[in-house]
Unconditional design. Structure first.
Lengths: 373, 478
């Protein structure tokens, strides 16, 4: 009796394992056919959909999009529209900016994009991206193997239930009778691929209230927050000059030197003056590290024939107008367009003969600025 | 190493099982040693230094346990040995878990600038409690002399080591000593695999699935009334499916080795009062706190007032056991208060007539659930002020957004509530009976119901497909 039961159980165990394997294979097949990230081919059978999760989405964009220019940066560069970049700079761009990204992530993604033939890089560079740049293999948010498209990366993509859910959703959105209903139900809270246009990835939607998001009150409130006794502790977090230089050499200088045929247009973004004043008042040692580090970056980048450094940090009419900001660093879409204009016109380029001239201007502005209480 | 990871499912577990049953042919001891070594490897894979601490803790407690079991010591010396053993355990736990907390409070009062940063060894609360129970029972004369390999396996046994269930030596070591457990039993492996699959599905599909909605309340933005409720409810369900999923996985894995682990959850959100809730939620912790804290404090034997005091002390310490933060203490105190009110109601409250019983039961069920959700806000919040902010938003219906995203999220939460309130739990589905060591007695009927088997296969497949790269169990932190 017990033996019969065990034999039946063994048979059932085998059935269960086989059926599980089959279901997983079916999910993998669905992911392969729909290919939400467009890793294997640009979307043809099904409507292309895009995710706001740029660390994941970029792996597919690099594979599926036509581009000659890459736009990289942190949240400071995330709201740019590719169509604006293309129009102002006369390029075919691909925006790969990632919120909160560090230099190692940016360097890794840029290298993957350059391997696909990009000839120009526009790179928004913040000093803090060089503070802490851990190994890419230890980064659980960036699917490095998917960028490399090795067996592990492809397997993790194909055998992903979350991706299979997205595939099924995209499949449903491609069936005409139910497409409108599915589209209405598509919300980012539940589905990771809610966008149908690549130009809309991480941009501010046209209907949103820009003046509510970017105004002087918010900027001053952010300043008050980061200079209070609790917030000011974070101002100095992770700043170590030697480590920053090491990370810069590995992730930026190394990449530029390794791609002599690619033009690198690096820019230091126009933070509000309050960002600098916060450091001046609450953490002067951090401010000195940032000054010293960016002086080093300026000297170093001007040595490369294929690199240009733009310094927008001391443009008073922008940085002193607090209504341009949502906090002490993040500028409005209007400033996005100004940045593109300056890049197009070649304004504020750092020269080899005076690499710290604009930094000296910034220092003077920071020194002179008095906060309205 | 996580249960919800490919290396564990496709490498560690099959190798551990194969080695265990292969060595089972050689005798009764070799598989025990193998499983203890495998468990140590499992633990050391995340941090080998902490494995040394675990080994030292086992050696210390085993030696103290031997002294207590030995009849040669006089009663005063035995008590001294117990005191040294328990104090040693609490000292290690206190150093690793509470030193930073104490330093932060000391600093807040005296502004000393003192900071202590000590990495918390995974599972230290669980293996410390397990061994304190062993020492106390040894002192009480309730422990037979155990062989070191069996004791070491009892502490390190990898299905429970990281996040419980909190095991009892009297339940586990006799099972480790049984020769039958060393022979593969396809029935137990099949049942264990399905229980594991259910747990994995709960974790990777249900708990991880609802996790993004938790940020509506506990994220960086101040929530509206609806967002605060959706986020708080989402956390209540995330925590339940996460932790009960882990417990199911532990039970399922252990069953494959022929070892029955105690149940840790019994549909806690179906509870109709707080006493009932604590008989259903983290049951092994409740039993531990009752047997080794509440009863030694006096329990209900010293009058009603002291009973309530004992309840409050037990629950406050239970809260502190979960984490070194005031939010956990408040959570524990709140539950202590709930329990006191519940006991007081039982003693002094009006009797409900049978006519009103269904309505009263429904009201009690709703009140219990809401009370638990309110307490979870303290449990989850980063700080007391943020918990207060969220709770104040939950109490302020003037601030409502309820846009499309909130509506869909509310539907999502309702589905989870439906599963938690009306769905059968794992032990009901599988007929798991820990006390009688039986499971899947209805297995014979499965041949007539292949749909059940294939549903199990689908649950396993979706559970594996749902594995994400960055998804720890919430209770790993405790």
């Amino acid at each position: 009796m017990i033996r019969t039961r065990r034999a039946a159980a063994a048979k059932n165990l085998l059935r269960l394992l086989c059926a599980s394997g089959l279901i997983m294979l079916m999910a993998a097949a669905l992911n392969f056919v729909v290919d939400p990230l467009q890793i294997f081919r640009p979307a043809r059978l099904f409507a292309a959909m895009y995710s706001q999760d740029s660390r994941m989405q970029n792996a597919g964009l690099i594979r599926s999009q036509d581009f000659d220019t890459v736009f990289m940066g942190t949240s400071l560069a995330i709201h740019f529209r590719q169509s604006d970049i293309d129009r102002r700079l006369g390029v075919r761009s691909l925006k790969l900016a990632m919120s909160g990204s560090n230099s190692h992530e940016q360097g890794f993604v840029l290298a993957a994009a350059l391997a696909r033939g990009a000839k120009r890089v526009i790179w928004e560079v913040d000093d803090w991206i060089f503070c802490d740049a851990p190994d890419i293999e230890a980064n659980v948010y960036l699917p490095a193997d998917l960028y490399r498209r090795n067996a592990r990366g492809v397997a993790s993509y194909l055998f992903s239930g979350a991706m299979a859910r997205e595939s099924a959703w995209i499949l449903a959105r491609s069936i005409p009778p139910i497409e409108p209903a599915v589209a209405r139900l598509t919300t980012e809270a539940l589905f990771k691929f809610p966008l149908s246009r690549v130009d809309d990835i991480n941009t501010i939607s046209p209907g949103s209230n820009v003046s509510e998001a970017y105004n002087a009150n918010k900027t001053r409130a952010a300043f008050a927050h980061i200079t209070d006794p609790v917030g000011s502790r974070f101002l100095a977090e992770g700043y170590d000059y030697d480590a920053m230089v090491r990370n810069f050499e590995r992730d930026a200088a190394g990449l530029i030197a390794g791609h002599p045929d690619v033009q690198f247009d690096v820019y230091l973004p126009p933070y509000s003056i309050l960002q600098w004043v916060a450091m001046r008042d609450a953490s002067p040692s951090t401010l000195k590290i940032v000054y010293d580090f960016t002086a080093y970056v300026a000297r170093r980048l001007t040595q490369f024939p294929n690199a240009k450094l733009y310094d927008f940090r001391a443009i008073r009419e922008v940085t002193h107008d607090l209504s341009n900001y949502g906090d002490v660093i993040h500028h409005s879409p209007a400033v996005d367009l100004k940045v593109l204009s300056w890049l197009a016109a070649g304004d504020y380029v750092i020269g080899r003969t005076a690499p710290t001239a604009s930094l000296d201007q910034l220092k003077a502005q920071v020194e002179a600025y008095r906060v309205e209480r | 190493m996580l249960f919800n990871s490919y290396p564990f499912i496709f490498l560690f577990l099959p190798v551990a099982l194969l080695g265990y049953f292969a060595l089972g042919r050689l005798g009764n001891l070799a598989p025990v040693i193998w499983l203890a070594l495998a468990s140590l490897a499992f633990y050391a894979s995340s941090n080998w230094q902490f494995a040394l601490l675990l080994l030292a803790s086992i050696a210390f407690n085993y030696v103290v346990g031997l002294l207590l079991i030995s009849a040669r010591l006089g009663s005063r010396l035995r008590f001294a040995a117990l005191a040294i053993g328990v104090a040693g355990d609490l000292l290690v736990l206190g150093t690793f878990k509470y030193a930073g907390f104490l330093a932060a409070n000391f600093n807040a009062i005296f502004s000393t600038g003192l900071t202590v940063n000590i990495l918390l060894p995974v599972g230290i609360s669980f293996y410390t409690f397990t061994q304190i129970a062993f020492l106390v029972d040894a002192y009480r004369g309730n422990v037979a002399r155990y062989a070191l390999p069996h004791y070491a396996l009892f502490v390190t046994y990898f299905p429970h080591l990281i996040a419980g269930p909190i095991l009892h030596h009297r339940d586990m070591i006799p099972q480790f000593e049984r020769a039958e457990a060393k022979r593969p039993d396809a029935h137990l492996i099949l049942c264990g695999l399905i229980i594991f699959a259910i747990g994995l599905f709960k974790k990777t599909c249900l708990a991880d699935g609802i996790q993004p909605l938790v940020a509506l309340a506990f994220g960086p933005n101040t929530p509206s009334f609806d967002q605060a409720w959706i986020g708080a409810l989402s956390y209540a369900f995330q925590l339940y499916f996460d932790f009960s999923g882990y417990s199911d996985m532990a039970i399922g894995i252990s069953l494959m080795f022929g070892i029955f682990l105690p149940l840790n959850f019994n549909s806690p959100y179906k509870a109709v009062n707080i006493i009932d809730f604590w008989r259903r939620w983290h049951m092994t912790l409740s039993q531990f706190l009752r047997d080794y804290l509440y009863i030694p404090l006096g329990g209900n034997r010293r009058g009603r007032v002291l009973r309530y005091v004992n309840l409050m002390v037990t629950m406050a310490l239970g809260g502190l056991w979960h984490g070194a933060a005031w939010t956990f203490v408040i959570w524990g105190v709140l539950h202590g208060l709930y329990l006191c009110i519940n006991h007081a109601w039982n003693n002094y409250g009006p009797a409900i007539g049978p006519r009103h019983a269904p309505a009263a039961d429904l009201a009690a069920f709703v009140l219990t659930f809401l009370s638990v959700v309110v307490a979870w806000v303290f449990f989850r919040a980063d700080s007391l002020p943020s918990a207060i902010t969220i709770l104040s938003r939950m109490a302020d219906p003037t601030q409502i957004i309820f846009g499309r995203a909130e509506m869909i999220a509310a539907v999502f939460v309702a589905v989870y509530a439906g599963i938690a309130w009306f769905g059968p739990n794992t032990q009901t589905i599988m007929g798991y009976d820990h006390r009688n060591r039986t499971v899947g007695e209805a297995l014979g009927a499965w041949r007539m119901r292949p749909a059940f088997l294939y549903a199990g296969a689908a649950v396993l497949a979706f559970g594996i497909l749902g594995i994400q790269q960055h998804s720890e169990f919430i209770y790993f932190r405790f």
